[in-house]
Design a protein around this ligand. Structure first.
Ligand code: CP
Length: 318
């Protein structure tokens, strides 16, 4: 913790990976690494964020992100409140801004927000004194997902510098892809993207990635393969003939994996569509670190909550 306290962390919000420096990413990953041990204790709780109030406001479904934010808050002894949009006054027509201002009036310290509209967390961060954490905004960014992905790879490989990451699938509609491209590039990795031409955004090369349209070519010599779900909820129109066709050309099978390095890591942010973008035997196989990603999600979210609420500034120990 000394290193973090000395270097300091001065951001109020975590809105994306795009604007984070390498040093800031390292501070978060180092802090997360130091928090991992708490989740292995018999009593998985420390008093670090006692008295802080954290509200989770999710306008889109979530299993991993919302649950791990709640667990992270509780492990740090914060008061965590989950708001289900379907049973809130949003259904009576209350605007997002009014909802957020009402929550602020109850003296919340952190608002964790997931919303289908890109830029929503940025707008709230400007008007709320509370810290705002982006838990996914449309197809723009999902910063804590990229942080937990980077932590998972760094744990296995020691560094991200010089590693080759291949991201496969619906790049155009994926906030996970975007955040990981920013993060892994900032940390010195080489990033490739693979998918049908309809799912590769125009101009993606400007983000510093190499583009492939053939799965086997794209995963050759990759150190890490990250498979993505097709973002059906964001698709309008036909982007490929059928799921069967998609699985045939872009699904990661044991056969396709023969092209990859023998020590390749297989990742997926979840939820998976088994048999579409990833074969069950690959998802559950020896190269898979998919459940490690989920475990690391708790530590990364503990780190982000701790840093944003001033733990590092005031040198709070855990
Ligand atoms: N990876 C991820 O964001 O999963 P959830 O949608 O379940 O939170």
């Amino acid at each position: 913790m000394d290193r973090v306290a000395q270097k300091g962390w001065w951001r109020k919000d975590l809105l994306g990976i795009q604007d984070l420096s390498r040093e800031e990413i390292e501070i978060i990953l180092d802090t997360a690494e130091s928090f991992k041990e708490i989740s292995t204790r018999e009593i998985k709780k420390v008093p670090t964020l006692r008295g802080k109030t954290i509200v989770h406001l999710f306008y889109e479904p979530s299993t991993r992100t919302r649950t791990s934010f709640e667990i992270a808050a509780k492990r740090l002894s914060a008061d965590a409140v989950n708001i289900s949009v379907s049973t809130s006054s949003v259904v009576k027509g209350e605007t997002l801004l009014d909802t957020a201002r009402n929550l602020q009036a109850m003296e919340l310290d952190v608002l964790v927000i997931r919303h289908a509209a890109a830029g929503t967390p940025h707008m709230l961060a400007e008007v709320l004194p509370a810290s705002v954490i982006n838990a996914g905004d449309g197809f723009r960014e999902h910063p804590t997902q990229a942080l937990l992905d980077m932590l998972t790879v760094r744990e296995r490989r020691g560094t991200l510098e010089g590693l080759r990451l291949t991201i496969v699938g619906d790049i155009a509609h994926s906030r996970v892809a975007r955040s990981n491209i920013y993060g892994f590039r900032t940390m010195g990795a080489k990033v490739r993207v693979v998918g049908p031409a309809t799912m590769i955004p125009v101009g993606v090369e400007e983000l510093g990635v190499e583009v492939f349209y053939d799965l086997k070519e794209g995963i050759r010599e990759a150190d890490v393969i990250m498979m993505l779900r097709i973002q059906k909820e964001r698709l309008q129109g036909a982007f490929f003939p059928s799921e069967r066709e998609y699985a045939r050309f872009f699904g990661l099978t044991l056969e396709a994996l023969k092209e990859a390095r023998p020590d390749v890591l297989i990742m997926h942010p979840g939820p998976m569509n088994r048999g579409v973008e990833i074969a069950p035997e690959v998802a559950d196989g020896p190269y898979s670190v998919i459940l490690d990603q989920v475990t690391n999600g708790v530590a990364v979210r503990m780190a982000v909550l701790y840093l944003l609420t001033g733990g590092a500034r005031i040198g709070v120990a855990h």
